[in-house]
Design a protein around this ligand. Structure first.
Ligand code: SAJ
Length: 423
């Protein structure tokens, strides 16, 4: 446990990983370009919301086990946990991985272990090796050479909202650029993970992560497609799915306003990019999920067409329930388009944030309490199934048009009369 760890990227994955490793006894140095985040972390505070994270960060910073800076330091293990978004043409953007790699190159020494945790297109781990060896001819990946370094991919697989638990409990996939890299990396994860640590090659590890998220995307697309079919046929999709899921080998996921977040809405494109001719189903699923927000907007248009001077309340902005993360959120996209449908103020309630994102601040949108939003609204658009919204009582929805994209009002069976639905 006296190993020194340097983690580049202190976001939703890097910071919890840093906190967990420091809590397990490692000496952890976190690196980020965001100086505000660095100052907060060094004060034992956090810049993102994740249950219990602040508590652990405070504990390990106070114990002197975690510190943060804009520059890396010499360490035994380097973990890269930076974003891998896509460019406008849906091609992977590796700029952050490249700059993170370049930032550690001057510090690497023989014997060091370099782990890429960012979800990455196939071949990225090998690219990292190339970048390092191009600049550091004194290092090598030859097994048993005295200047050997070890490089692996170990994709993060934690679910936002349950990160601290899943970092320890989930099985991990470790794929090195050679056998020794795989082994060294597996030993490292085995020292703090309770789940199984499964060994493979770097390329298989890369594709396995993309596969997991594409599997989920395809299954959510199935639910979203069903919801639109049901809307055409005037059938309750929530009841339909509940009934179908009674079959022992059927387990349909839940429809929603679209798929958000930085993972499931992004990663399938990396497979499409690697195999455009073959990845037909994955490509179609992505498009089905991407068209769902427009379907919801059309439901709002339909609903307000019958109301004179309508006021709309939107409930939820985050990309999924009970978190504050707005990245790639279909709710944000929908709310900004809904604002263009009316001259009136659109009331938005998102209990997990204190301030609207900048783009929404410029529009006729007001961040308000749920109670306030409901009081003003003729049309209520539920976009995220936060637990908080499940407490809304039927009286506050009386005489309003409710568009419930997550089916929570029906699930609660509160007898709310829903006059229009975007299931
Ligand atoms: N969603 C639905 N219906 C569902 C389930 C989800 O519409 O039945 C929507 C959510 O509302 C959200 C989106 O899908 O907009 C993604 O949410 P999620 O909970 O499915 O997944 P993420 O993005 O929070 O985390 C995923 C996880 N991957 C898988 O479950 C295969 C997580 O384990 C990964 O670590 C994470 O991506 C990642 O970082 O790649």
């Amino acid at each position: 446990m006296n190993k020194k760890i340097c983690i580049v990227g202190l976001g939703y994955i890097g910071l919890p990983t840093a906190a967990v490793l420091a809590d397990k006894g490692f000496l952890v140095h976190g690196v980020d370009v965001n100086e505000v985040a660095i100052n907060l972390i060094n004060n034992g505070e956090v810049h993102i919301y994740e249950p219990d994270l602040e508590k652990v960060v405070k504990k390990v910073v106070t114990a002197g086990k975690l510190s943060a800076d804009i520059e890396p330091i010499k360490a035994d293990v380097y973990i890269l946990a930076v974003p891998t978004p896509f460019k406008e043409n849906h091609k992977p953007d590796l700029a952050y991985v490249e700059s993170a790699t370049k930032s550690i190159i001057p510090y690497i020494e023989p014997g060091n272990l370099i782990i890429l945790e960012s979800t990455s297109p196939i071949g990225t781990t090998e690219k990292i090796v190339e970048l390092i060896l191009n600049e550091r001819t004194d290092l090598s990946i030859d097994e048993n050479s005295s200047s050997q370094i070890y490089v692996s991919h170990c994709p993060e697989r934690v679910l936002p909202g349950k990160i601290l638990k899943e970092l320890i409990e989930n099985d991990r996939i470790v794929g090195g650029i050679n056998k020794m890299s795989t082994q060294k990396t597996a030993e490292f994860y085995e020292s703090f993970v309770d789940g199984k640590v499964l060994q493979t090659t770097a390329k298989t590890a890369e594709l396995s992560k993309l596969t997991e998220n594409s599997y989920r995307d395809v299954n959510i697309a199935f639910a979203n497609e069903l919801s639109m079919i049901c809307d055409d046929l005037d059938i309750d999709v929530w009841e339909l799915i509940k009934l179908a899921n009674h079959h022992p080998r059927v387990n349909i996921l839940q429809p929603g306003p679209g798929v958000g977040g930085h993972c499931i809405a992004v990663d399938p494109w990396f497979i499409v990019d690697a195999a455009p001719e073959r990845a037909q189903l994955i490509y179609t699923a992505r498009n089905v999920n991407d068209t769902k927000p427009q379907f919801v907007i059309e439901k709002v248009e339909e609903a307000i067409s019958n109301i004179i001077n309508p006021t709309i309340a939107c409930l939820g902005l985050s990309f999924k329930a009970n978190i504050d993360d707005l990245r790639e959120s279909p709710a944000v996209e929908i709310v900004s388009k809904v604002a263009s449908l009316t001259k009136n103020m659109v009331y938005v309630s998102e209990p997990h944030i204190n301030e609207l994102p900048l783009d929404l601040q410029k529009l006729n949108i007001k961040l308000s309490s749920t109670e306030d939003a409901l009081r003003h609204a003729d049309v209520v658009l539920l976009l995220v199934e936060h637990d908080y919204f499940k407490l809304i009582d039927s009286i506050s929805l009386e005489n309003k048009v409710v568009i419930d994209t997550k089916g929570i009002f029906q699930i609660n069976n509160k007898g709310i009369e829903i006059t229009s639905k975007a299931k």
